[in-house]
Design a protein around this ligand. Sequence first.
Ligand code: ADP
Length: 543
Amino acid sequence: MIEIIENTFRILARVTNSKTAMLLSINNFETSVISFVGENPDKFNEFKKALLHLHKRSSIDVRNVQTFPEYKTIARELSVKSCFIQNVYSIIEQNEAFYIVLFYDAENNHLLPTDESFMAILNILSNQIKQYYSNKYKKSSPLPVADDNFDSDSIIENWENNFTRLLSISDDLIFILDKDGCFLKINDSGVHLLDYKEKEILGKHFIEFIPPERNAEVAGAIVKMLQSNDEVKFKTELRTKVNRNIPIEIRGKAITKNGSVIGMLGIGKDVTQLSRTEKEIKKLQPKLVEANRLISVERARTWQQGSLIEELERLKSEFVSNISHEFRTPLASIIGFSETIVSDPNLPEDMKSEFNHVILNEGKRLAKLINDVLEISVMDEGKITLNKSIIDIVEVVKETVEKNYVSSMKKKITFEFEHPNVEVFVDADREKLGSAFDALINNAIKFTNEDGRVKVIVNNLFKDVEVLISDTGIGIPEKDLPYIFQKFYRVSRPGTEIPGTGIGLVFVKQIVDLHKGLISIQSEIGNGTSFVVKLLKSIKANK
Ligand code: ADP
């Protein structure tokens, strides 16, 4: 029928030469488009809203509509010159009205509303709408509501019927058992759940629908229900006709008359989904524990990393203050002694020469310091490279020992060097390896008090060569040993001012590592320290 209406409407749009035409239905809530020709009705949304307002307040006429700002916007945007709107049918009870709205691109349409053919088509359309919509409303008209005189007691009188209806629409299994536990009644959902027909259930004992392995617990629950006046709640499974077990939660209560139990009332909830979820949760539990453990490990690691970064930051700033101090001390003596020489032309020659000597030594110390700092930045960039050749390690160590002889003498340290009487060849960077041994021997002397002993031993082993630098100095606390090769790490020794920057050992370790050697340390506080450097001998030159 609606197609017929649409057809008639299209004919009307064509004969009126409309650019756009709409057949609208307007009720109290909305304006809906039944049919349209031309522009997409979505473009008229604001216009439709305006019509709805007008419809609610009064009837709609074309003059009113043409003054709408919404119409003016459409006219501008869609190049519409004039419009026509007319009610074709109304359903007073529903406050619903049907309108045709025609838009022309001329000032006026050649077919005026008075035109016979126009009127004829409009009539047909009106009749078609009337026929269609009055039928439609008739079909969906609500049930008649009883008037106010209706006796509401009838609802109560009819309670059994009403309750039976209520039970049939409930999703839960609702049942009544007699005092022996046999079904007297079961609602539609229960019958449906168990897959039986109602007559196959009624009269049967409740236990017959329980899987055998759960009979005992259900029998116990029924006895409990019979013995007390309280509600009993239990979980079990019901077995359907096709032997499917359905997990169910049952709440039941005894029905009594004159103090004696005459039956039981129960309501059961299908908890298939719930128990599935519970099982899933149970399965996920270990994963959750695992995830929590991982999170706490990760947290601890982050914390550790954080504290490591903090530690490095602390060491770095300590290094900056140490290095400034290290720079300042030699600089102060250089400047001081030079100033004295410059300002006093009568300075005795021997004193002048002594001062010059100090200036030279302090200058060298400064140069070494600067070299160390540069070395560290080269190491940081991973740019350190070896200039290797086959060298006699005994000779390299010997040179370093000799270099440090004077400073050991100054501290009255017994300085011994033990070595094999043969050449021991290694493939190494002579200069860098020499600097590494120098740093170790330097430390040994630096951290050994007067009258102590420093011993350097070269051990010619089977495949390796071992260089041991041992002292009877102040030693390193056990807790500091793991960090001793870390950049800027210095053992804190309150009260003793031993200069240093904490980069010497970092450099030593890097050099040994680059030679694929091993460095180890043994130390005991107050008793001394031993460093052992192990390197692979060069087979080639040993032949
Ligand atoms: P520094 O420039 O401070 O000497 P190093 O990297 O050479 O830096 O040494 C790091 C720390 O290791 C020093 O601060 C020192 O406390 C300790 N150390 C190194 N060698 C010895 C040693 N032979 N005896 C005692 N302590 C040592």
